[in-house]
Design a binder for this molecule. Structure first.
Ligand code: FAD
Length: 469
């Protein structure tokens, strides 16, 4: 019998439950990717599209090496699947689940339509340790706080089980596959050079990063993960988002290596697993609270007096021209590489929502377009956390001070100098607060600070105080 396997954001052959199940049960498997132009309220941003193009190229090559090929299409998934079922004689369709509210609704519709046609539909979990609906509080409710969530999930995790890439039983080419370029995922203007030197999308690129991280950085992760100048984190986030690697694979590999090292020097992998736990928690929240990509989790913030939208001001933030070095360094890192260090994400987010008092949605949308790891669950959690309106969020009154943060986490100014070439020669004392020397600003062309940090913080606290009353 023949099965179609619909690839979406599970762009790998190893530990891919839908792909393995189809290969085990059918004589012929036909891998398909369907790109939808009109993909719900959160269509992929420009950086994600760049990534997807290269990831599909990598998957296509892996499939060819394995004796199959990736059938590429563009349009309405149900229509295309039905046409492919007719032309191939397939009796079953396999896919791995996604968790965005609009995608869940669409998948349910496709599943019941195909089942109505007499086709078997098999959906699997490739992305998460645990399905969002499989974990609940003692009262049977979804979790809203991370620590008890993690206390429940962590003991259930096992460091075993990732599936090897299966042997392809049989494959034949179906007519009508598009060339990859016809999906038009790449930008028309070549702005993505910085992305190309920073990343290698695809399953092999993900495994390579995991090895680098496991060889070296994992041992110092608890400390170095806060230092933006260092490669102290795994940088696996875009690979995880596109399903080029799974949490199960990461866990198994880190555990295997840790066990091979004698107990005294064995790295503690728990702090890293906990971060993957936040990713699970973000998916749990998105599943149970599907309106949170746009609505405040905490409705008290519906009355918050955000300052009115101001495009010019927003653009200064987006382009890294606020005059606050750590904020600008982060925003430029994002623009050039499609990624920003987690601590700096928190700081640029705090600056936007507190010092500039702009709605967190402005930040979430910009991140959505520019991050290669843009992920509806993680981005929503991150922005609601920073703005103080989320589940288990930083309280609004905790305003990050970008100067103190820079002095603490980039004490030698390595990160600031890397992304702010105008200030490369500035002495360390001024690098953190360049506004203290008007001559330096004039000579370097670096902008004056767009707000005074202490005063804008005070105004944010007053706005919050009014809300609290
Ligand atoms: P590592 O430290 O190596 O962590 C390993 C993995 O754990 C990450 O790849 C990621 O999948 C997960 N993870 C780590 N921290 C978090 C977290 N706080 N929340 C959820 N998952 C986490 N992450 C995204 O993947 N996509 C986003 O769109 C996104 N938007 C964010 C927006 C804001 C305002 C903030 C504060 C954080 C956001 N994050 C987002 C979370 C975090 O910043 C990134 O996951 C992390 O920086 C990715 O780098 P890494 O892979 O080296 O992380």
């Amino acid at each position: 019998s023949t099965a179609l396997v619909l690839f979406r954001r599970d762009l790998r052959l190893a530990d891919n439950p839908a792909w393995s199940a189809a290969c085990a049960a059918h004589a012929q498997v036909l891998p398909v990717f369907i790109h939808r132009d009109d993909d719900g309220p959160w269509p992929d941003g420009a950086a994600s599209r760049w990534w997807l193009h290269h990831s599909l190229a990598a998957l296509g090559k892996s499939l060819r090496d394995a004796g199959a090929g990736l059938h590429l299409r563009r349009g309405e998934p149900l229509e295309i699947l039905r046409a492919l079922i007719t032309s191939s004689g397939a009796s079953a369709v396999y896919w791995n689940r996604l968790y965005e509210p609009a995608t869940i609704a669409r998948d349910k519709h496709i599943k019941s339509a195909l089942q109505g046609d007499g086709i078997a539909v098999h959906s699997h979990n490739a992305a998460l340790w645990c399905e969002p609906w499989q974990i609940a509080t003692q009262q049977g409710q979804p979790y809203k706080v991370f620590t008890p969530y993690w206390r429940n999930l962590r003991p259930q995790l096992q460091a075993t089980g990732p599936l090897p890439a299966p042997r392809v039983p049989g494959w034949r080419e179906l007519p009508g596959s598009l060339p990859l370029a016809a999906l038009e995922l790449l930008p028309r203007i070549a702005w993505a050079d910085g992305l190309a030197v920073s990343w290698r999308p695809g399953e092999a690129g993900a495994q390579e990063l995991l090895e680098i991280f496991a060889d070296d950085a994992i041992g110092d992760y608890a400390h170095a993960r806060d230092l933006p100048a260092r490669h102290g984190t795994s940088r696996l986030s875009p690979h995880l988002h596109f399903g080029e690697i799974s949490p199960r694979q990461i866990h198994a590999e880190l555990d295997r290596r840790a066990r091979s090292i004698d107990a005294k020097r064995r790295p503690d992998i728990e702090p890293y697993l906990r971060e993957l736990g936040w990713r699970e928690f973000a998916h749990h929240l998105l599943y149970h609270f599907p309106r949170t990509p746009t609505d405040n989790f905490n409705p008290r913030f519906d009355d918050f007096p955000w300052a009115p939208a101001d495009q010019a001001l927003l653009e200064r933030w987006q382009r890294g021209r606020t005059g606050i070095p750590l904020v600008d360094a982060g925003m430029r890192e994002l623009w050039h590489t499609g990624w920003m260090h987690n601590r700096v994400r928190m700081i640029v987010g705090s600056f936007l929502t507190k010092n500039l008092r702009r709605h967190w949605q402005h930040g979430a949308r910009w991140f959505w377009d520019t991050l290669v790891d843009a992920d509806l669950a993680n981005n929503t959690l991150g922005w609601q956390w920073v703005a103080g309106c989320g589940a288990d969020a930083a309280p609004y009154f905790r305003v990050f001070n970008p100067v103190t943060q820079a002095k603490r986490f980039d004490p030698d100014g390595v990160y600031l100098r890397r992304w702010l070439p105008e200030l490369a020669e500035a002495p360390l004392g001024l690098l953190h607060e360049p506004w203290r020397d008007a001559g330096l600003l004039r000579r370097s062309g670096y902008p004056a600070a767009m707000v005074e940090l202490g005063e804008s913080r005070q105004r944010a606290l007053e706005a919050y105080g009014a809300l609290a009353r």
